[in-house]
Design a protein around this ligand. Structure first.
Ligand SMILES: Cc1cc2nc3c(=O)[nH]c(=O)nc-3n(C[C@H](O)[C@H](O)[C@H](O)COP(=O)(O)OP(=O)(O)OC[C@H]3O[C@@H](n4cnc5c(N)ncnc54)[C@H](O)[C@@H]3O)c2cc1C
Length: 510
């Protein structure tokens, strides 16, 4: 049986694309290797009572008229899938020795807070914040679908943005002579990229920083409900989402992709699935390896030559008998570093495997919505995130499973030491559940090569004009995932919606 759109993988961009196509009356079939849909956005339940989202913490672009809102309205899900806003007066709490700042939505307030901390550098800070506003405006006009008239009308901002095409965040800090401690406070959300300022694309930092300033959100009924709602749209509109189905090969006639070979992991039966169009949500480089890189045009081969984003360590914990609100947690994230220089802190963890003075993110999903349901009412969920090296963990797990478990334990203990010292005394006494994930956990449960966190690494090289897009150069075959669009909840909504718009002609994005 042939479908209109056969989608390989059920990550967010795939679900958005599939739901929009199914709603538009197209026949959609989705094949997902994992037992849960959603890719990095999937949720899992432990001890039958604690539900964690695998990776997502907070999201942007969910306000009225923004990308996520437009998609949900088109799917008539906007009343069902709603979002609670983080505290606009401080959505990210940055903490380091001798300095602390809560990042507000308002730029004037941001400058005021920074200047209070660094009065001697007032001029540079003001110039820097003015520049990021100008570059952000320019990037909006450069973002597809490009409207040439708008681009010309705002040529000043556009030119200002283009000059930073190859810049890292560090380059821009250096250009504006931002003092070291202020740099660290501004870049302390580095776990959102898993790159330090010296490697991170300035564009990537700016888009996320300003996106969260415009509104940081958490889904009222948790991420699981968002994923379930998208799956439901597909199945309600005569589509199928087949879980535990791993695609093992792509079927081609010359340069036309006609379907895939997939194995049902529960029965071990292998079957062919045919379609008019095949959408690839799995890592494009991995898919190209399955198809044969030589089948792609030279231009696409060049775009496929990206390096992967570093991987991560996540700890999913539950506390009982305390209220995290009493310890400075609330509708915000907390980012901590013990080291003033994030480039040094990152290298120490990622390259030297030294977590004795860690930098990490703390999130408290149970405090972000009053909906509950993620754990019993006398408990709260708290999660920790930092960088981890795939090669190191892969080798450990393969050669010495005991040492692998010990390293995971060591990282969590080191983080808990800091949290007990700086934030929640005696935290360990209240921990009733903890489990951690390493780069190989990402690989096993999200099927991402090298345990990568954000697809292609968010460096200037990968964020530049050679960035991969939906085009594959093969017929009836399109890429649709973080590496062929942009990583993150809202950016993958945008990626899926933009491909839908391109293939259907139905304009739903601005
Ligand atoms: C630690 C971490 C924290 C994050 N935090 C945030 C956050 O706070 N906010 C935010 O906006 N974003 C966050 N992200 C990023 C966001 O989760 C991802 O960018 C996004 O979910 C990726 O979606 P995707 O469409 O690219 O698909 P993916 O999530 O990559 O899904 C691909 C799917 O394809 C499936 N698949 C792979 N191979 C096969 C095969 N052969 N056959 C069948 N199926 C296959 C996989 O199992 C998977 O389900 C975070 C990511 C990480 C790792």
């Amino acid at each position: 049986m042939k479908t209109d759109y056969l989608i390989v993988g059920s990550g967010l961009s795939a679900l958005v694309f599939g739901a929009l196509m199914a709603k538009a009356g197209k026949k959609v079939q989705m094949l997902e290797a994992h037992e849960h849909p959603g890719g990095f956005g999937h949720s899992f339940t432990m001890a039958k009572k604690y539900t964690f989202n695998a990776q997502l913490h907070y999201v942007w672009d969910c306000g009225e008229g923004d990308t996520v809102d437009r998609v949900l309205k088109k799917l008539q899900l906007d009343q069902e899938v709603t979002f609670d806003r983080y505290d606009p007066n401080g959505f990210d709490h940055m903490r380091m020795p001798n300095y602390a700042i809560d990042i507000p939505s308002d730029n004037t307030e941001l400058v005021k807070r920074l200047v209070t901390l660094f009065p001697q550098d007032s001029h540079q800070i003001q110039q820097f914040v003015a520049e990021i506003q100008k570059v952000r405006a320019g990037l909006r006009y450069l973002s597809p679908p490009v409207q040439p008239l708008e681009l010309l009308r705002h040529i000043g901002e556009v030119c200002c943005a283009i000059q930073y095409l190859n810049s890292t965040l560090q380059d821009v800090f250096d250009k504006f002579k931002i003092p070291q401690a202020a740099q660290t406070l501004l870049a302390l959300q580095w776990p959102d990229f898993l790159l330090p300022p010296a490697q991170l694309s300035f564009y990537a930092w700016l888009i996320l920083f300003s996106g969260y300033q415009a509104g940081a959100f958490y889904p009222t009924k948790h991420f699981e409900q968002v994923i379930d709602a998208l799956v439901q749209i597909i199945t309600d509109n005569h589509g199928q989402v087949l879980l535990n189905h791993e695609v093992t090969d792509f079927l081609l006639v010359d340069t036309t992709v006609t379907g895939v070979q997939a194995i049902d992991l529960l029965t071990n039966e292998s079957q062919q699935y045919m379609a008019d169009t095949v959408i690839c949500n799995i890592d494009p480089k991995k898919a190209a390896g399955m198809i044969g890189l030589e089948k792609f045009s030279r231009t696409v081969q060049k775009k496929l030559d990206y390096d992967y984003s570093p991987s991560n360590f996540m700890a999913y914990c539950v506390v009982q008998g305390i209220n995290l609100k009493d310890y400075g947690f609330g509708k915000w994230n907390t980012f901590h570093t013990g080291d003033q220089d994030l480039n040094v802190a990152f290298d120490r963890m990622y390259t030297d495997q030294d977590y004795s003075n860690p930098s990490f993110a703390i999130t408290t999903p149970s405090l972000l919505t009053t909906y509950g349901g993620d754990c019993p009412t006398d408990c709260q969920i708290i999660e920790f995130l930092t960088v981890a090296n795939y090669g190191y963990f892969k080798t450990l797990k393969h050669c010495d499973p005991k040492a692998y478990r010990q390293k995971k334990e060591e990282i969590l203990e080191s983080i808990l030491d800091v949290v007990e010292r700086e934030y929640i005394p005696n935290l360990r006494e209240h921990l009733v559940f903890k489990i951690s994930g390493s780069p190989t956990t990402n690989e096993d449960f999200c099927n991402c090569p090298e345990g990568n966190s954000y697809g292609s690494s968010l460096t200037p090289k990968n964020m530049g004009i050679d960035r991969l897009n939906h085009q594959t150069s093969l017929n009836n075959f399109y890429f649709c995932n973080a590496s062929s669009g942009y990583p993150g909840f809202a950016p993958t909504f945008w990626t899926g919606a933009l491909l839908y718009q391109r293939l259907s002609g139905d304009l739903i994005l601005a």
